[in-house]
Design a protein around this ligand. Structure first.
Ligand code: DER
Length: 224
């Protein structure tokens, strides 16, 4: 992955879009963590911001940063969502490295502006990163079989410091599905969404509005 400086530059550039009175979707992951801290600095300076977290982790960090938190049913809309990605190819992303993509997609898609923050290691011409698919625990074998039929290679995501699989904030499991290069991510996204027992997948096609890539000497901003 990229350096902390690259991640911080991307995140702080995206936070420049946050204005007084805004409701901000708070993504998940190490790059977005820099954005959450920068938003915490705005709050400390008296800027009126309310955050909608996308995971237990982002809620925890936002609370440490004293960002006032609201739920989706407390707000009429989300002005800006800031979130990371595992891979970016044009206006299509693979997300879900942190197994938070179900709630991330709800917030990111609902926001008026969805700003992606990344480092150069995330960019590609064609999506090829394995696609995380959150599955109902009882459906993991049926979804795995259906993913194989779609040409993917599914792997149940194992936890590192817990026996057994990763369990998401929603109590589900994650299959990392390797499809190799994805020539038509939108078509694959539709196929995955149709699978019974597949709660959410990590292809975010056509949702992002701006991509900020932090480099060693600045930020590359792409308006989509
Ligand atoms: O889980 C996610 O979707 C995260 O945003 C992930 O894709 C990016 O995490 P990183 O910023 O730590 O690489």
């Amino acid at each position: 992955g990229g350096t902390d400086d690259q991640k911080r530059r991307a995140a702080e550039a995206a936070v420049e879009a946050v204005e007084d009175g805004m409701v901000v979707g708070l993504g998940t992951g190490s790059t977005t963590a820099f954005a959450i801290r920068a938003i915490g600095d705005l709050v400390a300076d008296g800027v009126d911001v309310r955050g909608v977290p996308t995971s237990f982790a982002s809620r925890e960090l936002a609370r440490e940063c004293d960002i006032p938190l609201v739920d989706l049913d407390d707000v009429d809309g989300i002005d800006v969502a800031i979130d990371g990605a595992d891979q970016v190819a044009g206006d299509a992303l693979v997300k879900g490295g942190g197994a938070a993509h179900a709630r991330e997609k709800v917030v990111d898609a609902f926001a008026d502006q969805f700003l992606v923050v990344a480092d150069p290691s995330k960019t590609a011409d064609v999506l090829s990163h394995p696609v995380p698919v959150e599955v109902l625990p009882s459906a993991r074998t049926t979804v795995a079989a259906a993913v194989s039929d779609l040409g993917g290679d599914p792997t149940l995501r194992r936890a590192e410091r817990k026996d057994g699989p990763v369990v998401t904030d929603n109590g589900n499991l994650v299959l990392d599905c390797d499809f190799g290069e994805m020539a038509d991510p939108e078509a694959l996204a539709a196929s995955l969404s149709a699978l019974p027992g597949a709660v959410e997948h990590g292809i975010f096609a056509g949702l992002a509005d701006v991509v900020y890539v932090g480099t060693d000497d600045g930020v590359d901003v792409t308006e989509l």
